[in-house]
Design a binder for this molecule. Structure first.
Ligand code: IMP
Ligand code: MG
Length: 215
């Protein structure tokens, strides 16, 4: 079982004005729940755990866009640093796919996969899927079943966040940064209808903002 940093349901978080938050979002957020620095520290350790387990062979890191892009970039920087500073190192190549399942703050039943190289190029490779957040688990389960048709050598999934929710299918990634309460989170590339990706900390969105940015 993957270990993770647990953010409790009654976690009070941090007042917004203790941190730097863009002016245009000041009235939209409830609390800072995971400050950027803590995300980075946890990511550094995930990089070490991943290299320990997958480090033998060429790794293809597959970024699940758009929400995964910040975590992907920072995680790969830490993996690169490990590769540069130890006697053992592994080649790392990257690919990007886009998955869309959300409208407003609700998961829809259809999971669409768009873009990326031919998934068949992953045949025989060690694949690391990098995701921002697992909620129901449906997105990841869909992606994993698509991937398995391409016969990769190994597939591991790292998700920065996993939500504690009764809507979960029970799916758990191989590596987890944080387990978080059942609230809608934004920032560090997690969005609400495309807004809030330009916010460094992971924050809880307030109800007023859900209305304001509704499509
Ligand atoms: P799942 O298929 O229900 O596991 O949902 C996974 C996808 O929904 C994630 O990759 C996110 O893009 C999106 N998502 C789920 N919860 C949140 C959230 O709290 N904030 C932003 N996006 C979310
Ligand atoms: Mg995502």
């Amino acid at each position: 079982m993957a270990s993770y940093l647990q953010i409790a349901d009654d976690e009070k978080g941090h007042e917004l004005d203790l941190f730097c938050v863009p002016r245009h979002y000041e009235n939209d957020l409830e609390k800072v729940i995971i400050p950027h620095g803590l995300i980075m520290d946890r990511t550094e350790r995930l990089a070490r755990d991943i290299i320990r387990d997958m480090g033998g062979h060429h790794i293809v890191a597959l970024c699940v866009l758009k929400g995964g892009y910040k975590f992907f970039a920072d995680l790969l920087d830490y993996i690169k640093a490990l590769n540069q500073n130890s006697d053992k190192s592994v080649p790392l190549t990257v690919d990007f796919i886009r998955v869309k399942s959300y409208c407003n703050d609700k998961s829809t039943n259809s999971v669409k996969v768009i873009g990326g190289d031919e998934l068949s190029s992953l045949s025989g490779k060690n694949v690391l899927i990098v995701e921002d957040i697992v909620e129901t688990g449906r997105t990841m389960q869909t992606l994993l079943s698509l991937l398995s048709e391409c016969n990769p050598k190994m597939v591991k999934v790292v998700s920065l966040l996993v939500k504690r929710t009764p809507r979960s299918s029970g799916y758990r990634p191989d590596y987890i940064g944080f387990e978080v309460p059942d609230a809608f989170l934004v920032g560090y590339a997690l969005d609400y209808n495309e807004y809030f990706r330009d916010l460094s900390h992971i924050c809880i969105l307030n109800d007023q903002a859900k209305e304001k940015y509704k499509v």
